[in-house]
Design a protein around this ligand. Structure first.
Ligand code: SF4
Ligand code: SF4
Length: 240
């Protein structure tokens, strides 16, 4: 069952714009922009894996050979919600030597679902795109402007929706939405938005590296509430 889900995901694209990287110098795989200062955060793409996805790729496909890091939030029953990540050491044209993850296949958006699996919206998946949008920074990605197009396409595509609203994925997309909203609120409350351009990014990076751009207490509470709802609603169809 789990294997079929990931097989289906890794055999298809969710957002596909042929050779769009040629229009933007692979912006989303480099994160180079004249307004970004010299970040300490390494430039380049990041491969994100959900734990099930990581296990599937490790056994059935080509795992990146980079060191894997993990971000987690503890759940009340001693489980965790986690994401694994590593730097993409590809040539930034997706001429890949390993399997592209779901994150790269749905970039630049993630779907916003309700508990019933109804697709309500698409939101930016990358923290750089979310932040650029909030501060009004233009980026070279034209795909970001096609949100309404993809929202309509996805809402009509029953096969795609059935994959994405699998309870395991649905839960993680709803966690992504909690973190998205938490980040936007925390950024606004941080006072950073009064700074301009380079000064903004220097201060932003400092807070980012100190993990102060997410209100972890609130995120933990909100994610635990969501997890309880999922366990009640989806019962033996859902586990982490
Ligand atoms: S998705 Fe956007 S940023 Fe990424 S390669 Fe395509 S046009 Fe460039
Ligand atoms: S796998 Fe492709 S889309 Fe994903 S970060 Fe690497 S080069 Fe970019």
């Amino acid at each position: 069952m789990v294997n079929n889900l990931w097989k289906n995901i890794l055999e298809r694209e969710f957002i596909f714009e042929k050779e769009c990287y040629k229009t933007c110098n692979s912006f989303c795989c480099r994160w180079e922009h004249e307004d970004f200062p010299r970040f300490f955060i390494p430039k380049g793409g990041t491969l994100f894996y959900l734990p099930e996805e990581y296990n599937y790729i490790k056994s059935n496909a080509m795992l990146s050979d980079g060191n894997i890091s993990q971000l987690s939030i503890n759940l009340y029953d001693n489980k965790k919600v986690s994401i694994y990540y590593t730097a993409c050491n590809d040539d930034r044209n997706c001429n890949i030597k390993f399997t592209r993850t779901l994150y790269c296949r749905i970039y630049p958006f993630f779907p916003v679902f309700n508990m019933e699996g109804e697709l309500l919206d698409l939101k930016y998946i990358s923290i750089y795109d979310i932040t650029s949008d909030i501060i009004g920074l233009k980026t070279p990605c034209y795909v970001k402007n096609k949100k309404e197009v993809y929202l309509k396409l996805w809402q009509k595509d029953k096969e795609l929706l059935n994959i994405l609203k699998n309870p395991y994925l649905l839960f993680h997309f709803m966690v992504a939405d909690i973190l998205y909203n938490n980040y936007c609120e925390t950024l606004k409350e941080s006072g950073l938005l009064s700074y301009r351009k380079e000064e903004f990014w220097v201060k932003w990076e400092r807070l980012y590296l100190k993990k102060r751009l997410i209100n972890k207490e609130k995120a933990t509470k909100d994610i635990n509430e969501l997890y309880k709802k999922f366990c009640n609603k989806y019962n033996d169809r859902f586990s982490l």
